[in-house]
Design a protein around this ligand. Structure first.
Ligand code: PHE
Ligand code: CO
Length: 293
C-alpha cells in the first residue's frame, strides 16, 4: 500500500479542521514519512531545565500510581537530566522489543502514524512546550511523547499491542472505522488504567505526562467512572479532549488487552455504524464502578 501523504495535503486538512490554526512544528524538512532529524544540539539550556522540572514533578507523583512496568523502564532511560537523545534510547529499545523511535515535527497524518506503528516505529515530536505551558499543552510535545509513551514500549506485550493497533488503523481507514478505533487508542494508550494486586495503576501516556490527572484519575469520589474495559463498549464511547476524562477503562493485564483486540473488528465497525455513541460519562446497566467513593 502507498502510505505517503503530501505535506501540502496534510497541512491543508489540519488548517481546515482547526479553522485555520496552524500546527506549530517545522514540517519543511520532513521526509515522505514525516521523519526529521532531532538536532539535539539545538535545544537550549532553558529547554533542558524545563524538561528537568517536568520530569521531577512527574517523578514525585508516580510512585504508587504508575504501573511498575512504566516506572522500571523509565528508570533505565536516564532521562532525568535533560531532553534525551532519541538515538541512544532507540538503540536500547530496539534491543529490548524491536521498536525504534523516529523524530517527527509534531502531529502527522493518520495513515503515516499507523504505518509507523505497524512497522514498530514510534514517532516522537522534537519540540518542547514553553514554560507557560508547564501544566497544560494542546498539541503533544517531546515530554508527552517521550516520557509518556516510550517506557511501555519496553514491555513485550504492550509493544505487540501497539504494532497491532497500527495494522488495525490501516484496516479501519478502509472500513470507515477510524472514529471508533481512535476511541480505543484514547482510552487505552493515552488514558488507560490497569488493575494490580496493589490497586489501580496508570499506564496511559496522557495521564502519566500530566501534572493534575495523575492524582485525579485515582481519587475516589470524583464524578469520573472507572470501569472494566470492554472493547466494543469502548469503541462506541465518546471522549473529552479538554477536561480530565469522565471515564477510565481498566484492564486486568496487558495480555488481556492484547487478546481482547485480536479478533477481526470488521463486524464491530459494521454494527456500530448504526449506533449512537455513548456519552463520555455513561455507566451502563451491569457495569460496576471500580473506584467507588
Ligand atoms: N483486531 C483489530 C482488527 O481486526 C485490529 C486491532 C488490533 C485494533 C489491536 C486495535 C488494537 O481490526
Ligand atoms: Co500521546
Amino acid at each position: 500500500m502507498d502510505t505517503t501523504v503530501s505535506n501540502e495535503d496534510f497541512l491543508a486538512t489540519v488548517a481546515e479542521k482547526s479553522h485555520g490554526a496552524a500546527l506549530r512544528g517545522d514540517y519543511a524538512s520532513a521526509d515522505a514519512q514525516y521523519v526529521v532529524q532531532q538536532d539535539w544540539a539545538a535545544y537550549t539550556e532553558e529547554e533542558h531545565a524545563l524538561w528537568r522540572r517536568l520530569y521531577q514533578r512527574q517523578m514525585a507523583l508516580l510512585p504508587g500510581r504508575a504501573c511498575n512496568e512504566f516506572i522500571e523502564a523509565l528508570q533505565g532511560l536516564n532521562a532525568a537530566d535533560g531532553i534525551p537523545q532519541f538515538e541512544a534510547t532507540s538503540k536500547k529499545l530496539e534491543a529490548a522489543t524491536g521498536w525504534t523511535i523516529v523524530a517527527v515535527p509534531g502531529l502527522i497524518p493518520e495513515l503515516t502514524f499507523f504505518d509507523h506503528l505497524a512497522n514498530r516505529r514510534f514517532p516522537v515530536t522534537v519540540w518542547l512546550r514553553k514554560p507557560e505551558e508547564f501544566n497544560y499543552i494542546v498539541e503533544p510535545d517531546v515530554f508527552h511523547d517521550f516520557f509518556g509513551h516510550v517506557p511501555l514500549l519496553f514491555n513485550p506485550v504492550f509493544a505487540d499491542y501497539m504494532q497491532r493497533y497500527g495494522q488495525g488503523g490501516l484496516k479501519a481507514m478502509q472500513l470507515g472505522g477510524l472514529d471508533q478505533l481512535a476511541r480505543l487508542y484514547w482510552y487505552t494508550v493515552e488514558f488507560g488504567l490497569i488493575n494490580t494486586p496493589e490497586g489501580l495503576r496508570i499506564y496511559g501516556a496522557g495521564i502519566l505526562s500530566s501534572g493534575g490527572e495523575v492524582e485525579y484519575c485515582l481519587t475516589p469520589g470524583t464524578t469520573s467512572r472507572h470501569i472494566h474495559l470492554d472493547i466494543k463498549r469502548c469503541l462506541n464511547t465518546l471522549y473529552k479532549i479538554d477536561t480530565y476524562q469522565e471515564t477510565y477503562f481498566v484492564i486486568n493485564s496487558f495480555d488481556e488487552l492484547f487478546e481482547g483486540t485480536a479478533p477481526d473488528f470488521t463486524p464491530y465497525y459494521e454494527e456500530l455504524k448504526s449506533k449512537t455513541p455513548y456519552p463520555a460519562n455513561s455507566l451502563l446497566d451491569g457495569e460496576t464502578e471500580l473506584l467507588p467513593g
